[in-house]
Design a protein around this ligand. Structure first.
Ligand code: ZN
Ligand code: ZN
Length: 577
């Protein structure tokens, strides 16, 4: 199997003296980034500062600010014109990250209004449960880090001004749920360790103080006087800025909002045409409702009945992987490296709880780690819950899930990103591009005729598949609309429920969950639609520009060769206008 030229050649160009200097600079930058952010370092698998916990007070913010300004000044000594494309993108990612951190300190200021931004439970849970170093060593570091927990929460209390009610409640719930890390979980690990008795007692004593600090923080949040809590809505100006830093799109948040609304209407129209077409086949002699949205809803409900059983769920997903590969090879859509097959890992039944499927990839400091496709089991679920889940992940949507998570979605993108490993991109990689790619491949596969039954003669998917896909796509589209409407335009809950339930055909429980999510996050819900839109537009432009010379495979491989970079920079590198 040969790798097509576009990947091997990449747009690397000659490596200049400045590139060499910049490569060195990147390493230094990351090392100093970890020094200022030891907790972040721990979560990506860099464990040198595991015993450090930064107390989030004004002094540490000043230190962070000084770090950002010094690093921005250093960055300016490199000229973009003298760097190879992958370094240009790394430069932009570093610059964006530093400016984002300054924005967080000076403008966003969530340290004043988001009590849930202080939470060390997960950090300590990882040290207890992840086996990256011998247990005794992890516990030793944990013991030192524990001593900073009380000053950490004292600083948190001092920082908070008029927190939002939603983030206050979230912080209360998360801390009450997380406290067992410092009691039962820690005790169990101390019992297993071979640390000296004196050190174990020391750690226990520090843990008691930490537990007290956390309980104290919770009761502080429950009883604090907050007559005019800040709204959880970010407001238009801050939302636009946060969107620009996190998504790094060529479009503003408002432009994406306009596009998402137009796309929603287009989807409704297409869905109605398909539902009308399918009605006789599935619903007759029942008369077709006069209300368009009702016709769509009834057809979606009917097709959702076609689903697998809890006991077949894992096998069904596993069996689809080779089918996807066969289809992609036959249609020549993208090179799939046979040396890097996807390892499907069935979660044993006792781990059940998280169903569905997800990719777990090794972190940037774990080069030899395996990548797995985790497939959850439904075997021990209550019947009603399993039925509702399977209706959602019916036989159509299950295919789309595999495309998105595995091949040619997240897993394939990851394999390509690893060909030109960049520590910067693995740490500061662009989430809108990563999610956008996975969402883009869903549609691309259907355009090529991928369906529930493998059939190479198909030139497009069946009406059933398209209808269900559009419902799925409506979800990420409405996520983006909801995010902007709520944060930039002040949308109320009942309007949000109307959007999700009546216009996106979601179940009430799902819509309630989404409302909760949008009230404690900002921008995150928009990354899927934004990335998808930018990639799809880029492909259509490339088609126009290259006319008869356009090849889908070449486009895909070249697009992915730049790693997890913002789409707007890939667009520049590919010279698509
Ligand atoms: Zn059923
Ligand atoms: Zn995804």
């Amino acid at each position: 199997m040969t790798i097509s030229g576009s990947i091997m050649a990449q747009e690397s160009g000659p490596i200049t003296k400045m590139d060499e200097a910049f490569d060195h600079h990147k390493e230094q930058f990351i090392l100093s980034l970890w020094k200022v952010n030891p907790a972040w370092a721990s979560t990506v698998g860099y464990h040198k500062y595991d015993s450090v916990l930064i107390v989030p007070n004004a002094a540490s913010r000043m230190q962070e600010e000084a770090f950002c300004k010094a690093q921005l000044a250093k960055l300016k000594t490199f000229q973009l014109a003298n760097l190879r494309p992958e370094n240009v993108i790394d430069y932009k990612l570093i610059e964006n990250q530093l400016q984002y951190q300054l924005f967080c300190i000076h403008e966003l200021k969530s340290f004043e209004w988001d009590p849930s931004s202080y939470n060390i439970c997960g950090l300590f849970a990882d040290m207890l449960n992840n086996d990256y170093e011998p247990l005794d060593k992890r516990l030793h570091n944990l013991g030192i880090r524990l001593k900073r927990v009380a000053p950490y929460y004292a600083a948190a209390k001092a920082n908070l001004k008029n927190p939002t009610q939603e983030h206050t409640q979230l912080a209360i719930d998360q801390h009450m749920g997380g406290i067992s890390v410092f009691t039962d979980d820690l005790k169990a690990m101390l019992d297993k360790s071979t640390l000296k008795e004196a050190e174990r007692k020391q750690i226990q004593a520090s843990a008691s103080i930490a537990v007290k600090a956390i309980n104290d923080y919770v009761s502080f949040l429950k009883t604090m006087k907050n007559p005019q809590p800040r709204s959880f809505r970010l407001g238009n100006a801050l939302y636009e800025k946060k969107f620009a830093f996190e998504i790094m799109s060529q479009y503003s948040a408002n432009e994406i909002y306009q596009k998402a609304n137009a796309h929603k209407l287009e989807l409704h129209q297409k869905m109605y045409e398909l539902a009308e077409q399918l009605w006789p086949k599935y619903m007759e002699p029942k008369p077709m409702p006069t209300e368009k949205m009702e016709v769509i809803r009834r057809m979606i409900e009917r097709l959702s009945e076609e689903h697998t059983t809890p006991s077949k769920f894992q096998n069904e997903i596993e069996a689809q992987i080779p089918t996807l590969v066969k289809f992609i090879q036959h249609k020549d859509l993208i090179f799939i490296d046979p040396e890097k097959p996807l390892v499907v890992r069935k979660e044993p039944a006792y781990m059940a709880g998280v169903a569905g499927a997800s990719i777990s990839a090794p972190g940037p400091y774990d080069a030899n780690g395996n990548t797995y496709y985790n497939v959850g089991s439904l075997e021990n679920w209550p019947a009603e819950q399993a039925e509702s889940y399977l209706r959602e992940y019916n036989k159509y949507i299950l295919q789309i899930l595999n495309i998105h998570e595995a091949i040619p979605g997240h897993y394939t993108q990851l394999v390509y990103a690893n060909r030109s490993p960049s520590i910067i991109k693995s740490i500061l990689g662009n989430n809108a591009m990563i999610e956008g790619w996975a969402v883009y491949t869903e549609r691309m596969m259907l355009e090529q005729g991928y369906d529930i039954v493998l059939d190479f003669e198909r030139t497009t998917a069946s009406p059933e598949m398209w209808l269900m896909y559009y419902k799925w796509n409506l979800r990420s589209t409405c996520n983006a609309i909801l995010d902007y409407d709520v944060h930039a335009k002040g949308m109320k809950k009942d309007e949000a429920m109307h959007l999700l339930v009546d216009e996106a055909f979601q179940q009430k429980a799902e819509a309630e969950g989404k409302w909760k999510r949008v009230s404690v996050t900002q921008v995150q819900l928009s990354c899927y639609f934004t990335g998808f839109t930018e990639i799809y537009e880029l492909r259509e432009k490339a088609k126009m520009q290259q006319a008869n010379n356009f090849q889908l495979k070449e486009f895909h491989e070249k697009f992915l060769s730049y790693g997890s970079a913002p789409v707007k920079y890939i667009k520049q590198m590919m010279e698509i206008k």
